[in-house]
Ligand binder design. Structure first.
Ligand SMILES: *[C@@H]1O[C@H](CO)[C@@H](O)[C@H](O)[C@H]1NC(C)=O
Ligand SMILES: *[C@@H]1O[C@H](CO)[C@@H](O)[C@H](O)[C@H]1NC(C)=O
Ligand SMILES: *[C@@H]1O[C@H](CO)[C@@H](O)[C@H](O)[C@H]1NC(C)=O
Ligand SMILES: *[C@@H]1O[C@H](CO)[C@@H](O)[C@H](O)[C@H]1NC(C)=O
Ligand SMILES: *[C@@H]1O[C@H](CO)[C@@H](O)[C@H](O)[C@H]1NC(C)=O
Length: 379
């Protein structure tokens, strides 16, 4: 009982205190930011290969149509649907197993392939097409063809929002967040079997809505709760860090998550929950990235900042700039640059009663951080 009270208090300290100074930042601009991409439509994720290829995901929260996943050619500033038009051509009634229904993220994995996270619903909060909508699609970047699809229908629910993925190749696992039905999913990459862990645990749940530019967001008339969302694996693979989008970061040892795939006792929150540690009192967040030294970069959607969390959990300001409007999934490339897609997601149709308030042009920025990616994350 005492332990549970302490745990509740620790969780409250990290997660439930609304960010006191949350407000929009008006300037000045920081000259260290380099404009990498300028686009008409929001991009909420970029990833690169060491040989210079660049992939992006279009959020389509501005009501625009077109491919969700694309390869971006910076020499001409043109894009092409990736891996092809057909995968990007989902229309109502089409086969959800062979099309991207609603892509939430993409990343080059430690294997050099492009991993696409499909939430399996055409709109944010829309109907999840079970069982073949929610999935992880692996595209072989050498052949530019889909090489494997992990269907996540057995680990997701009607209200799930399959959000993002990270890897632990040494143990053959991938970890995913469910931002719609709070929980984590452990995927065994060899067998495709899945386990839900910390399902509905206070650390995957959200107690306050996500906020941006100093304002709590709503979906329709309801406050926007976005549950377990950002996640990172430490470079030594010992820890998985995770948080709901409104912030409050936690960590848990990966070996406990991995055990859940063969020992269902670990799926019980009363057993796993007490092993979760509060890590950092992060603000409302669009996206994160981790570097080779285990520093985690967190975008503050309220105050257009990127916060750097050292491995000892101390938070420090990396950069603040008025242009960093809802920076979503970030990326550390092999040239020691942090990529920051300023996606303005809070201004999109899902959070504004169907109105599009996104102000183009949009930008993806980069900044030198003097350290490369975590090798367990990607090359
Ligand atoms: C492509 O876009 C970038 C970013 O806006 C710009 O700096 C660059 O000059 C453009 N290149 C071409 C070939 O248009
Ligand atoms: C896209 O879908 C439409 C309607 O379902 C179909 O007519 C068209 O041939 C498809 N295009 C591609 C490239 O698959
Ligand atoms: C769910 O699990 C069952 C039993 O292992 C398997 O036959 C089925 O293909 C799985 N469904 C999905 C969508 O992965
Ligand atoms: C399964 O997990 C429970 C709870 O942590 C533990 O007591 C038990 O020893 C584990 N069994 C195996 C085979 O690992
Ligand atoms: C945490 O780590 C940073 C970077 O190494 C260091 O500057 C700072 O002093 C450390 N803080 C504590 C409390 O140890």
């Amino acid at each position: 009982m005492l332990f549970n009270t302490c745990r509740a208090l620790a969780i409250a300290l990290v997660a439930a205190i609304p960010y006191a100074t949350a407000q929009r930042f008006y300037g000045p601009e920081d000259p260290r930011l380099v404009t990498q991409l300028t686009t008409k439509h929001p991009i909420n994720g970029v990833s690169t290969t060491p040989d210079g290829r660049l992939f992006v995901v279009y959020a389509r929260v501005d009501g625009s149509k077109g491919p969700q996943v694309a390869e971006y050619d910076q020499s001409t500033n043109t894009t092409s649907a990736y891996p092809n038009e057909k995968w990007n051509n989902y229309t109502e009634g089409a086969d959800p197993a062979t099309h991207f229904v609603g892509v939430n993220g993409q990343r080059i994995g430690p294997d050099g392939n492009l991993w696409v996270i499909d939430k399996g619903a055409a709109a944010l909060g829309g109907t999840v097409l079970l069982p073949y909508g929610p999935k992880l699609v692996v595209i072989d970047t050498k052949t530019n063809e889909v090489s494997k699809v992990y269907f996540m229908g057995n680990a997701t629910r009607y209200n799930s929002l399959l959000d993002d993925v990270r890897f632990n190749i040494a143990t053959g696992k991938a970890y995913l967040t469910d931002a719609g039905s709070p929980g984590l999913i452990v995927l065994d990459l060899a067998t495709s079997s899945t386990s839900r862990v910390l399902d509905g645990d206070p650390t995957t749940d959200a107690t306050i809505p996500v906020s941006a530019e100093g304002t709590a967001l709503h979906i329709g008339s309801k406050p926007a709760f976005i549950y377990a969302d950002q996640l990172e694996v430490s470079p030594d693979t010992k820890y998985l860090y995770y948080q709901p989008a409104n912030g409050g970061m936690f960590r848990v040892e990966t070996k406990l998550l991995d055990q859940a795939t063969y020992n269902s006792s670990l799926n019980s929150n009363s057993i796993l929950g007490p092993y979760v540690e509060p890590y950092a009192n992060t603000p409302s967040t669009g996206g994160t990235a981790i570097d080779a030294q285990g520093n985690i970069y967190v975008s503050d959607t309220d105050s257009q900042r990127i916060i750097k969390i050292f491995p000892n959990s101390t938070m420090t300001l990396l950069v603040q700039d008025p242009r960093l409007l809802w920076v979503d999934a970030m990326w550390v490339d092999s040239q020691q640059r942090l990529w920051m897609p300023a996606a303005q997601l809070n201004r999109g149709t899902p959070f504004n009663g169907g109105k599009n308030l996104v102000e183009p042009p949009l930008h993806v920025f980069s900044m030198d951080i003097g350290v490369g990616p975590s090798p367990v994350d990607h090359a």
